[in-house]
Design a protein around this ligand. Structure first.
Ligand code: FES
Length: 113
């Protein structure tokens, strides 16, 4: 059995219903993202698969946009940030370091026997 959907180059997850962003703001960001994808010819299943999701568990830095398969998590996304993400990351393959959320480094365990 073959999968009828082509594998997309990127998969995008935008949070939209948790504590970091009001639903109305998430929908505005979604509208802007979809418009940018269409403007650049990325609104097809071979290029992008997009999903508005509930929460990505880092609400203190949201709204969050995740870009897979690169494993990049963009923080405090706004319309200007979306434009840069589409034009620099999705079109040119250059993730934007200063917009990314970085997990703090793991601390070594203490009192380990
Ligand atoms: S709602 Fe955005 S990370 Fe939780």
């Amino acid at each position: 059995m073959t999968n009828p959907l082509p594998k997309p180059k990127y998969r995008l997850l935008l949070c939209g219903r948790g504590e970091c962003v009001a639903r109305a703001q998430a929908l505005r960001l979604e509208t802007k993202l979809l418009a940018l994808l269409a403007q650049h010819g990325l609104d097809n299943p071979e290029s992008i698969r997009y999903q508005l999701v509930n929460c990505l568990n880092v609400c203190h830095s949201g709204p969050i946009l995740m870009v897979h398969p690169d494993g990049v998590m963009y923080r405090q996304v706004d319309e200007a940030g979306l434009r840069r993400i589409v034009e620099e990351h999705l079109l040119r393959g250059q993730p934007i370091a200063e917009l990314q959320y970085h997990l703090p480094p793991l601390q070594p365990r203490r009192n380990v026997r």
